[in-house]
Design a protein around this ligand. Structure first.
Ligand SMILES: Nc1ncnc2c1ncn2[C@@H]1O[C@H](COP(=O)(O)OP(=O)(O)OP(=O)(O)O)[C@@H](O)[C@H]1O
Ligand SMILES: Nc1ccn([C@@H]2O[C@H](COP(=O)(O)O)[C@@H](O)[C@H]2O)c(=O)n1
Length: 448
């Protein structure tokens, strides 16, 4: 069964407006929204039903989210309770994202990530959705959007339409979509106002075991739920299940090299392998390469569970190899966590969860390396190297190139990881200097 769309009608109406007749002093509605605008700016907004000025905390029309003289549309997918529903809701969100990136929405439309959250209840799961900005009000775009929702969401689907009124105020109308032949019905209308910026990004409290997995079992459960939908999930689980539960590290040093794409990890790990006579491993390991594309096309919940599990496969390889020789690893858990955090937390570095947040902690059941080295390079040098390499870019690499905010969030997340934390090496220097500096860090860590 497909998950329900957006908010259920009673919830939606509550979110639209609290009736002034039943409330002497109208208050801001219980659900707020955050959208990521161009330039990674976050706009927080809610709806205001009062006729006077908005209540304290709420303020004027949010800036920048409605292109003039255009229109905006939004919808969210209901937060699911069970893991099975969460998997289906996540896949539905991904499916809609793909549809919204294609014609007729591509040209002239901007599809922005939207999150609906309850500011008074951090435990309530936020709901993911979209804000579709259209530069010019176009009836055919609106019709296509309605058709998309009718087709993919269980009836009755709901759609919010934002429009500027003559007085310059921004209004949001809630529509219930009936069958294609019956049209739609307007359920309510409320003024859109800026919402207070919460202390933490609304997605932060739901990162654990939704994007950053703190145990093998939590990630395992997600892929188990996917087995009927994604045949490759069983193949991954079969491999993971062959690995011992808590593999122990051998006596030889285990060193991880981390960093953004094209920071020189391959170059450094190869040199270390040769000079230390070490075994070189990488996460994800080659035994799962054939399934990577499948999981990269899945939503965060499934994609990150896949990468989390591959670390446990690497852990069992580390345990075996570190009894025989030093082990160098190209990426490990810090990469899995840093990319997941940066993808799920919209906005800028300042929107990341604060230092010491549990998402920056190493999973208790994952074999720990002795040392983690983070290679850092300036954005300009990294792009020069990417271009020099001329390799085909993955979608995420392409995003890194255009979105320096994303890159900054990945790097800052690496820097915030704890126990083990990352030792930084400036990798903008020559290959020889970088290698010397990495060796220096290793000697410092393993004196004798
Ligand atoms: N210190 C350096 N100075 C100049 N160029 C370098 C240096 N280190 C690596 N390169 C070059 O930069 C490019 C990227 O390096 P490399 O493949 O080692 O990075 P990477 O971190 O492994 O990338 P990815 O994660 O995308 O595989 C390569 O063309 C490499 O030869
Ligand atoms: N341990 C890991 C390794 C990788 N990822 C994800 O893969 C992308 C980078 O992989 P490369 O092959 O280009 O090095 C990165 O974007 C991560 O999303 C991971 O999650 N965990």
């Amino acid at each position: 069964m497909l998950p329900r769309v957006a908010l259920s009608p009673p919830q939606l109406l509550r979110s639209m407006a609290l009736s002034p007749s039943r409330h002497a002093a109208p208050v801001l509605t219980e659900r707020c929204f955050v959208a990521e605008l161009a330039g990674s700016e976050l706009v927080y907004f809610t709806c205001w039903s009062g006729s006077g000025p908005p209540a304290p905390g709420g303020s004027v029309r949010p800036r920048g989210f409605l292109p003039r003289p255009g229109r905006c549309y939004s919808f969210c997918i209901d937060a699911a309770q069970s893991l099975r529903e969460r998997v289906r809701a996540a896949r539905l969100h991904k499916q809609l994202q793909q549809k919204l990136s294609q014609a007729p929405f591509g040209a002239g439309c901007q599809v922005l990530p939207l999150l609906s959250y309850c500011p008074t209840d951090a435990a309530a799961a936020p709901e993911k959705g979209f804000l579709v900005q259209v530069a010019q009000a176009a009836p055919e775009t609106e019709r296509s959007l309605e058709e998309l929702l009718r087709l993919h969401l269980p009836a009755p689907a709901h759609l919010c339409v934002y429009q500027e009124a003559e007085d310059g105020q921004l209004w949001r109308a809630l529509w219930r979509l009936k069958g294609a032949a019956e049209g739609k019905e307007r359920l309510g209308r409320a003024r859109v106002v800026t919402a207070p910026r919460p202390d933490r990004h609304p997605a932060a409290s739901h990162l654990l075991d939704g994007a950053v997995f703190c145990s093998r079992e939590a990630a395992r459960r997600v892929l188990e739920e996917c087995m009927a939908l994604i045949p490759e999930a069983k193949a991954v689980l079969d491999l993971v299940d062959k690995c011992p539960d808590l593999p122990k590290k051998g006596d030889f040093p285990v060193i991880v090299i981390e960093g953004l794409d094209a920071t020189g990890k391959t170059t450094v790990t190869q040199s270390l392998k040769d000079s230390l006579n070490a075994i070189l491993l990488r996460s994800p390991p080659s035994c799962v390469s054939q399934w990577r594309k499948t999981f990269d096309d899945e939503p965060t919940l499934i994609r990150r569970a896949f990468y989390a599990l591959t670390n446990y496969i690497v852990a069992s390889e580390i345990a075996k190899e570190s009894t025989k020789s030093p082990v160098i690893i190209d990426r490990y858990f810090h990469s899995t966590a840093a990319y997941a955090i940066a993808t799920e937390i919209s906005g800028k570095v300042s929107d990341l969860p604060p230092l010491h947040h549990p998402v920056y902690c190493w999973p208790k059941d994952l074999l720990k390396p002795d040392l983690v080295i983070l290679l850092t390079v300036s954005p300009e040098e990294r792009i020069r190297r990417l271009q020099g390499r001329g390799a085909e870019k993955t979608r995420e690499e392409a995003e890194l190139e255009v979105n320096s905010f994303f890159r900054q969030k990945v790097e800052e997340s690496y820097r915030r990881m704890e126990n083990p934390s990352c030792q930084l090496v400036d990798a903008s220097r020559s290959r020889e200097e970088v290698f010397e500096n990495v060796l220096h860090q290793i000697k410092k860590h393993f004196p004798s």
